[in-house]
Design a protein around this ligand. Structure first.
Ligand code: MOS
Length: 771
């Protein structure tokens, strides 16, 4: 009995139908040529580095307009109920105040189109935006103040007095579960799936583990708080926003204000981190509404507190993982089930089973989760949704099973490597995790590990090593498109409505484009971050590299076809060749079977009397995701020191041995892996949003109370990778943005167990849990 259940890849799958695609069938790129990819792997420095260091890179809160005013928000202080009184007189008469907007004078707005309900929906929730007296969560914006300066706006906001009539709200895990749970959905499909009878196999297994793991609410904590600077130009709305989805945001804002998509322009040239949190939240709509009422451009830069109060993070989970095995360690059953506490209006219930289906060969697998509902800010996608916290539970349980079996945890994992996808039997497009384990173990010195917990001590410090598997799905969303403008001086400009949130998109894509077009990188300009550009490319799901790459390949195909029409001239060495018979080489095109038959772009355009040639095309549907089980993998290694007196944990060594297809840029890729791992250190040891369960109010909405790793918390993070191209993806690359946070929490928890003999199953692993 086998049912192919839904997975995190289902949203794009559902959107594309069954059309065959170029990579899906495994056929190679017709324009590939020997030597293509020679720029890949280079440690090209960030193109945006100099501008950022010089302060010349304008982030959303740094755009300025003459006559611009500054916004401040007032947040509700109850979780549920009605506003019964709004005393705004003092605020209206405070110095510099231009406008006080509340539900009593806000213009009509439609609710945000909630993410996943339409291809371009970007909203984190679909609640009324300051349209009535209802309060849906503690922290909801209830007033916006505009003033001549930020200080004046903040001061006036502090003068507003709001009275409420409270209603009973669900503000604790226990209450949410008691209210009743419903079966979890993954992109509209039931999340529950089963192969075989896992509970029966578990009962029959000679060796098994069965435990509950808990993870708290977490916040993205991007370095740049959310911000938007915008103005109305007649009926046109121009928005400079910190977003990972310019096209989605433009469409969604148009929907909110009932105007045409073309009437909204969203730009986002620089973003200081996103991680799933830089979507559309109520502040952009509120800023636009206030700007309309005031007739002035508006800057709304959220305070850090406001980010915690109105931008959702990662939902709490309680997970059961049970694994049954034969005496030789072969898995006979995997059960991964549990509960997620999600906000009522949230687009996502943290799918902690995300990477479990593909992790191990097992005779039977049972997956699923239930959802309990809270009255709180709408939780959302946060770096490696599901997998980040799901891998903590699964990979902790594998470690526990290794202890129960008396077996090395790497050997146990290698023994259960699957040949094909364990849920539906599809082939993996690439999977060299075993190699990553072996090379990582060598590099880390795993053989020096003492398997006896608590056996290695240096003064008051207990020392331990741990490991965990890491994985994240490959995704290429439908809708990618690109425009290439090739000019007579042999330069190429490429436009895609994509994003660079600091991960190096523009740097890596410049390498890709230079390689594809046979140009030096300084002849290529990759332009992005503007909703007027082609393509629907969200910087999410670790999918931009593949999406942009596929779109550029499609546009390049058009470009070559156009060029070959121009080159169909006896004066050209390329005359008589078809587009399939040429490839890019040295600033022009050459016959694939005879590189001496070569003509530069400049010569082709000059002879045709053309100044430039423009080609635009959409990427083929991501059929590769239908045909293959596609993931990035990694083997995470960690060494910790745990203070036996204070319970303090120091991560002193970390190695990520990654298997993510071909690495395009070794420098920016290493940064991506490191960033994910650093976030994993926070997930493991410190990060926890705390709610006052009486009121639903976040009580630590700042970095003094919500602790993310700082430099002293982060050791030198070593990275290696297999660098084996996936033959079924553009450039052979597998997304790398999110995988670093997966497995990391478990690697740390497992190292702590090895150091201390204490198994902590509840994150974060704070000192009190180790004493
Ligand atoms: Mo990420 S959660 O895909 O921005």
């Amino acid at each position: 009995m086998s049912t192919a259940g839904p997975s995190t890849q289902d949203a794009p799958r559902a959107a594309l139908g069954l059309a065959p695609g170029d990579w899906g069938t495994g056929t190679s790129d017709p324009l590939a040529r020997p030597g293509q990819g020679r720029r890949f792997g280079a440690a090209a420095p960030r193109l945006d580095g100099p501008a950022k260091v010089r302060g010349q890179a304008a982030f959303a809160a740094e755009f300025a307009y003459p006559d611009m005013v500054y916004a401040a928000l007032v947040h509700s202080t109850i979780a549920k109920g009605r506003i019964t009184g709004l005393d705004v007189a003092d605020a209206r008469s405070a110095p510099g105040v231009v406008l006080v907007m509340t539900h009593e004078n806000a213009p009509r707005m439609n609710p945000m189109p909630r993410m996943l309900t339409a291809p371009k929906a970007a909203g984190g929730d679909d609640l009324p935006i300051m349209q009535d007296d209802r309060v849906h969560w503690n922290g909801q914006p209830v007033a916006v103040v505009l003033a001549q300066t930020q200080e004046q706006a903040d001061h006036a906001a502090s003068l507003i007095r709001v009275t409420y009539e409270q209603e009973p709200a669900t503000t604790s895990w226990d209450q949410a579960v008691a209210d009743g749970i419903t079966p979890g959905l993954l992109f509209g499909h039931p999340a529950a799936q089963e192969v075989g009878d896992a509970e029966a196999a578990l009962r029959a297994a000679p060796v098994s583990v069965d435990a509950i793991y808990r993870t708290p609410y977490q916040n993205h904590a991007a370095m740049e708080p959310h911000a938007t600077t915008l103005k109305w130009d007649g009926d046109e709305l121009i928005v400079h926003d910190a977003t990972q989805a310019v096209a989605h945001t433009a469409w969604s804002l148009a929907h909110i204000f009932g105007i045409a998509e073309e009437q909204v322009v969203v730009t986002s040239p620089y973003v200081g981190g996103g991680f799933g949190g830089k979507g559309l939240w109520q502040h952009q709509a509120l800023a636009a509404a206030a700007a309309r009422l005031a007739g002035r451009p508006v800057r709304l830069a959220l305070t850090r507190e406001a980010v915690f109060r109105i931008v959702g993070g990662r939902a709490m989970t309680e997970q059961r993982v049970a694994i049954g095995a034969d005496a030789d360690g072969r898995f006979t059953a995997i059960v991964h089930t549990g509960t997620v506490a999600s906000a009522r209006a949230s687009a996502l219930s943290e799918p902690f089973i995300a990477s479990t289906p593909h992790a191990y060969r097992a005779g039977s697998i049972k997956l699923g989760f239930d959802v309990a509902r809270l009255d709180m800010v709408a939780n959302t996608f946060m770096r490696a949704p599901g997998a980040a916290v799901g891998s903590f539970a699964l990979e902790s349980a594998v470690d526990e099973l290794a202890v129960a079996l008396g077996m090395d945890p790497i050997e146990l994992r290698l023994r259960n490597e699957p040949e094909t996808d364990p849920m539906d039997g599809r082939p993996f497009s690439t999977r060299h995790l075993a190699q990553a384990w072996r090379e990582g173990a060598d590099r880390f010195g795993w053989s020096r590990r003492n398997p006896v917990p608590g056996a290695v001590r240096d003064g008051e410090w207990l020392i331990g090593m741990g490991c965990a598997a890491s994985s994240h799905p490959y995704v290429r969303m439908p809708g990618g498109a690109a425009r290439i403008t090739l000019t007579r001086d042999g330069r190429a400009e490429v436009d895609v409505a994509a994003h660079d949130m600091g991960m190096g998109t523009a740097t890596a894509q410049t390498q890709v484009i230079a390689d594809r077009l046979g140009l030096e990188p300084d002849r290529v300009e990759f332009r992005y971050g503007d909703s007027r550009m082609p393509g629907l490319v969200m910087a999410a799901g670790s999918q931009q590299t593949a999406s942009i790459g596929a779109a550029v390949a499609a546009a390049h195909r058009e470009l070559v076809a156009e060029l070959m029409k121009l080159a169909d001239d006896d004066a050209s060495p390329l005359a008589g060749l078809t587009p399939d018979e040429v490839g890019a080489l040295d600033g022009g095109l050459a016959a694939l079977d005879d590189p001496d038959r070569h003509e530069t772009y400049a010569d082709i355009l000059a002879r045709a009397g053309r100044d430039q040639i423009v080609a635009e095309a959409a990427a083929p549907p991501p059929a590769e995701m239908m045909n293959f089980s596609m993931h990035g993998f990694g083997a995470m290694f960690c060494e910790v020191r745990v203070n036996a007196v204070t319970g303090e944990v120091r991560v002193v060594r970390f190695l990520g041995s990654m298997d993510c297809g071909r690495i395009i840029n070794s420098r920016t890729a290493a940064s991506q892996f490191r960033g994910g791992i650093i976030m994993g250190i926070g997930l493991a040891l410190t990060e926890e949003v705390l709610f006052d369960e009486r009121t639903g109010r976040i009580i630590n909405p700042s970095f003094s109370g919500y602790h993310i790793p700082v430099h002293l918390d982060v050791p030198e993070i070593d990275l290696i990778w297999t660098d084996i191209p996936d033959p079924h993806t553009p450039m052979g690359a597998i997304g790398i943005g999110e995988i670093g946070i997966t497995g990391t929490g478990a690697a740390i928890a497992n190292a702590i167990f090895n150091a201390t003999g204490k198994r902590v199953r509840e994150l974060p692993i704070t000192p009190d849990k180790l004493l």
